[in-house]
Design a protein around this ligand. Sequence first.
Ligand code: NAD
Length: 445
Amino acid sequence: ADDTRGPAPRLTVIGTGYLGATHAICMAVLGFDVLGVDVDPDKIERLGSGEVPFFEPGLPELLAKALDTGRLRFTTSFEDAGEFGDIHFVCVGTPQQQGSYAADLTYVDGAVTELARHLRRRALVVGKSTVPVGTAARLTELVQRTAPAGTDVELAWNPEFLREGYAVDDTLRPDRLVFGTQSPWAEEQLRAAFAPVIEQGTPVVVTDLPTAELVKVAANSFLATKISYINAMAEVCEATGADVTGLAQALSYDDRIGGRFLRPGLGFGGGCLPKDIRAFSHRAEELGVGQAVSFLREVDAINQRRRARTVDLVRELAGGDLAGVRVTALGAAFKPNSDDIRDAPALDVARTLHRAGAVVTVVDPAATGNARRAYPELTYGTDVLGAAAGADVVVLLTEWTEFREIDPQAMGAVVAGRRIVDGRHALDPVRWRAAGWEYRALGRP
Ligand code: NAD
């Protein structure tokens, strides 16, 4: 330990969903005293008794470890939070508003108001949620207006870049830390809160509030654009008989381009990229610079067309009509190693097939519980071969390892017709065709 450091700050984490629970658990493992706060008593109860309420590799083990040390507690009480914390991380959701591209900030506003009301001593409130640029400035005023008179409170922004499925590693060993601050004191506080991470050599970018807010949406816009770029090339390939997987591979050897996020397929989904690029477009329009990011509308449209194209491929393999066709959908989660079904391309495709009259059975290693609650109209299988029994067409929608490893002969023995659409370029077409399957994939002849 570095004894030039002051006493470690005590942390609260407001909102214990995917981001907040991970952050709270990892900070406790790093040695801080942490209080997790949520308005959902069921979530708080489960976390407090050692259960992670969502699928995230490695996190249950760390939760057990953190609870054992006594450094991690969970509560629904903002009074506790105000009493306990030197630094309060705000990690509540910022979903897309119903009927608009804008972000819904009611949870952020609600959490910050409730927290500010209960502050009793000097505190730093740190936003981690992804928000439209300008939110932090507005919240600065809100906090100052709402905190009890005489309470010294400041606001900072520390956008989060963790990826679901790699959340633990991304939190303990992030690529970079971004601190949007309004005073040297706030920077000092954040440096203290992340001292164990900074000591590993993690780069820290210290900047102002709007830059910190923008870094996050700029990063997500870039990633979404990269995916839609290669998927736009897939559309061109489809019109020319070219093969987008060969194209992507050749591009990837150029290290100015790089191969990551350049995988063609069914496109992106989840609780972040789609709503973040939409909220960014919306905010840019409000600011009078909509034109600067108008390409994000295209990025979104390309992404949506991949879903429609996947449905078309299934229809083509089924002979032109989906009515009564038995389809096995491999995947429900928006990506592998996750049970998150927010804006999942897989379920979007499965539901469209269902609405077109197909009889759809969905199978997924982690997400069928969430999917069944959200879309009870679909049928859910428990194992791959059971779900594929009697299928006319199989469609791979989420590239779980378990699906990549399917034996085409074994599956061929249970289906009614050997027809497969590979929505993620996860399977070897040579092997599947050799086993007698009609194989189709996006952007490939
Ligand atoms: P989530 O829906 O899993 O969690 C949000 C939590 O906030 C829920 O548990 C909810 O009960 C709680 N909450 C709502 N209102 C509250 C209030 N007033 N007080 C206390 N708790 C409240 O969402 P998430 O995926 O964790 O995302 C949270 C934020 O982090 C979003 O802005 C998201 O864009 C951003 N983010 C998410 C990820 C990710 O991979 N999930 C990565 C980076 C950034």
